[in-house]
Each structure stands twice: as structure tokens, then as C-alpha cells.
Write a protein that binds this ligand. Sequence first.
Ligand code: ADP
Ligand code: MG
Ligand code: MG
Length: 249
Amino acid sequence: EKLLKIENLETMIEDKKILKGLNLEIGKGEVHVIMGPNGAGKSTLANTLMGHPKYTIVKGDIIFEGEIINDLRVDERAKKGIFLSFQYPEEIPGVTVENFLRTAKGAVSGKQMSIMAFKKLLKEKIKMLDMKEEYLSRYLNEGFSGGEKKKNEILQMAVLEPKLAILDETDSGLDVDAIRIVAEGVKKIIENTDTSVLVITHHNKMLDYLRPDFVHVLIDGRIVKTGDMNLAKEIESSGYEALKNQLGE
Ligand code: ADP
Ligand code: MG
Ligand code: MG
């Protein structure tokens, strides 16, 4: 059984239909990349999967571990093991990284870990990601550089141990260093766990690092082509318009 199955999904934002019959299956431990032109519906897909209330499902199903989750709230989906990057507040004054992560872990797992058990888990993850422990006692995002914020997001992902991690590398101009931090961190998580990953990106660096099992192209609310790294290379050299022509869209 697949971890995630999206069947003929149609979603609207306000009165505009964005996803127009999208199909996608993700197996346990697989790495999938979604590419597509601006406005295609990539972020809409990510947010719909997480259950953001702004997006209304008008048709189709999201099936996670065999259960239709269309009507579940964000927190309920998080408890089931779905993680979407970048949904945390920018800064929380007076809250350390460690305390923030412990609270988040408690919320997602439904039980508060003992301080000792949590410290052990954190140590393990910090080691896996090659991070410095001193960083844990800093206040969340306070004075963090762009790179440190990214590291923090990757650490969150590692600590929460999701079954499905969705990373929407929005078009907000990540610099090369930030891309490398995210890519290296995600790569370590992929190698050391059986988390399934859905990465939305147009950065070839990211693809080179992650070596995805599948590459999908999303155009106008549907996945129009699925392939491997070669598909990404083809798009890099010929562009989306060429693909559209080829598919007769
Ligand atoms: P992508 O991530 O592929 O660039 P999005 O999913 O962000 O695309 O957007 C898909 C379409 O939905 C775009 O046409 C965009 O203009 C529209 N859209 C996104 N957010 C909103 C919103 N809050 N209200 C109305 N339309 C929106
Ligand atoms: Mg987007
Ligand atoms: Mg793995």
C-alpha cells in the first residue's frame, strides 16, 4: 500500500480552480520532486496536502495510509505524520530552539517526552545533521542568519520524524548557501530514515544532491509528465513550453 495517494484532486482558492485533476502516488521512503512554471499550482498542492483552510477540495481524494484525509485539520494531519516546511513563526521571543522543538514534538506525537529522553533524541539528530549543540540554547530565530533559519527548519523536520515531509522551496530566492544547507540536511534525513519526501523546487543543485526517485512536472493544475532525473535535465535544456508543445497542451 502506498503511503500517499492523490486521486483526481481538484481544489479552489476563493472562486478560482487551481488543481484540476491531479494524480500522484508516493511510496514509503521515496523521494519525489515536483517542478513546474510559476502559478502552476505547486504551493497549492503543498498547502492542500497539509490542510490549509484557504484551499477547498471540490473533487477527488487525498489518501494517507489508506485513509481519506480530505477533511482533517492541519494539526490532525501533522499527528498522522505529515510535515510541511516553513509553517512556523519567524521569531518566538524568549523561547529556545530546544524548548520549541520539545513542544512541537509533544504536539505532533500527542505525548510530552521526558526532558532526558528528548535531549537524547536531539543529540542524535544534531549529530546526524552535523550541527553544533550550542545552537539549541539560542532563542528561536532571534538574530538567525538565513542559513541558520534553514538549519533550524531541517532540524525541526529531523526531530518531528514525519512519515511524509513536504518541502516547498518557494521562489523567494534562496541563495546558494541556503540551498546547500537544505539539500545536505534533507539528504541525510533521506539516507538515515524512511521518511518519504516531496520537494518542490526548480534548483538543479537540489536535484543533484537528492537524486530523486521520481520527477514530476506540474502544469496548469495537473501532473503532465513523470520521469526521473533525465526529465529534469530535459526541462532545464528545453523549457516548459517545449514540453507543453510535445504533449499537445
Ligand atoms: P506555484 O506555487 O506553482 O507558483 P501557486 O499554487 O502559488 O503556484 O498558485 C497557483 C495559482 O493560484 C496562481 O494562478 C495564483 O495566482 C493563484 N493564487 C495563489 N494564491 C492565491 C490567493 N490567495 N488568492 C487567489 N489566487 C491565488
Ligand atoms: Mg509556489
Ligand atoms: Mg530513506
